[in-house]
Design a protein around this ligand. Structure first.
Ligand code: PLP
Length: 395
């Protein structure tokens, strides 16, 4: 039976690669999973006060449909958070979604027409490209300079009459790069000059290691900024699926979108009410788990970067945020490409990573992504296996 071409083309390297891991396991091998950025699968657990709020909501019979735009109290709490980060936003500018993923889907569904182009820095988080393609558009990658700043010449050269938006993910998945204020200002200026939406994903806003995080709100003024954020990472609620979209309240250019995106929210009825009540507690309750999360991650980041850079044939930049490294592989003649490398590594050692080209071929090729969420002993085992693999494979 016929399947739509649109669906046939959907890819998500981070999860698609698991099929290979299952095959490896079926032959008796044990896999070290370093492919999915889910802290709750490792030794980071949803804080008790958030879990209790969820249980209480269920027991209090808060088990019905809620407002499509989101629980008013949660929209209020989100507004308080994002105002503090500098974005101008009212409760009416907030839409609660089933994770950032659903918010991203709704935004791309609302701005992409067939042949529209959407700019994103390369390498990119795959769903950004997938949703653009799903709605008939074309993802276009622009380059970052060595210092992590956007290459403005490259970016501007890629703007066409079909361009609709610039996407910014900071801190970034897969690179861990964090844009500074100057970079954000430059991107806003380019977008304003060319009449483009700015879609910003700040899901890792609390997971930064060195410098203070600057939110897009600090420089947004009246630019058409659409901010995506959620509870999966900092609040360790990945499996509960809760995120949100905020529209810059100063931007009148967003008025049509502000009217139209909620229609998509109404069609899907609402998000999970008990989870939304727990999300209110996440934002308003104790925040100390975030400090512990970042401190644990800092140690793991330092460890993995040191180990990777000590392996001949691999080089790795120090990420500034999130929980990913994106090392470069000097392929030589040992592997055809990064996917061949990642599968060979899996099949010979059981270490599962993700090939860089899954994050865009232009800037992701010859790299691979490692999630450094596991405890040090697991990371040590994975690095020992990788080191031996490199040593044996490529003399
Ligand atoms: N945005 C980025 C940049 C991510 O890295 C991820 C998950 O890895 C998501 C969104 C997905 O977020 P959610 O769990 O809220 O759908």
């Amino acid at each position: 039976m016929k399947v739509s071409d649109r669906t046939n083309g959907v890819e998500y390297a981070i999860r698609d690669i698991i099929l290979h891991a299952r095959k490896y396991e079926s032959t008796g091998g044990q896999v070290i999973y370093l492919n999915i950025g889910d802290p709750v699968k490792y030794d980071f657990k949803t804080p008790d006060h958030i879990k209790l709020a969820l249980i209480k909501a269920v027991q209090d019979n808060k088990n019905f449909y809620t407002e499509s735009e989101g629980l008013p109290e949660l929209r209020k709490a989100i507004t308080e958070k994002e105002l503090q980060k500098g974005l101008s936003v009212t409760e009416d500018d907030v839409l609660v979604t089933n994770g950032v993923s659903e918010g991203l889907d709704m935004i791309m569904a609302s701005i992409v027409d067939p042949n529209s182009e959407v700019l994103m820095s390369g390498p990119y988080y795959p769903p950004y490209a997938s949703y653009v393609k799903f709605y008939g558009g074309k993802p276009i990658e622009f380059k970052l300079n060595q210092d992590g700043r956007p290459d403005l010449e490259d970016l501007i050269s890629k703007i066409t009459p079909r361009t609709r938006a610039i996407c910014i993910i900071s801190p970034n998945n897969p690179t861990g790069e964090v844009f500074d204020r100057k970079s954000l200002q430059q991107l806003i200026d380019v977008a304003a000059e060319h009449n483009l939406y700015i879609i910003t994903d700040e899901i890792y806003d609390k997971i930064v290691f060195d410098d203070q995080f600057t939110g897009i709100g600090k420089v947004a003024k009246d630019a058409p900024v659409i901010l995506l954020n959620g509870f999966s990472k900092s609040y360790l609620m990945t499996g509960w699926r809760c995120g949100y979209v905020c529209f810059n309240s100063n931007s009148t250019e967003l008025d049509e979108l502000r009217k139209n995106v909620p229609k998509l929210a109404r069609v899907r009825i609402s998000t999970n009410l008990p989870v939304q009540m727990a999300a209110v507690e996440a934002l308003r309750g104790p925040q100390s788990h975030i400090f512990e999360l970042v401190e644990k991650l800092r140690k793991r980041r330092n460890y993995i970067v040191k180990r990777l850079n000590a392996i001949e044939g691999i080089s790795c930049r120090m990420p500034l945020g999130a929980f990913y490294v994106f090392p470069k592989i000097h392929l030589n003649s040992c592997w055809r490409d990064d996917q061949h490398f990642v599968l060979d590594l899996l099949n010979k050692t059981g270490v599962l990573t993700v090939h860089g080209s899954g994050f865009g071929k232009a800037f992701g090729a010859s790299h691979f992504r490692i999630v450094y969420l596991p405890k040090e002993d697991v990371l040590e085992e994975a690095m020992d296996r990788l080191e031996l693999f490199m040593h044996k494979s490529c003399k």
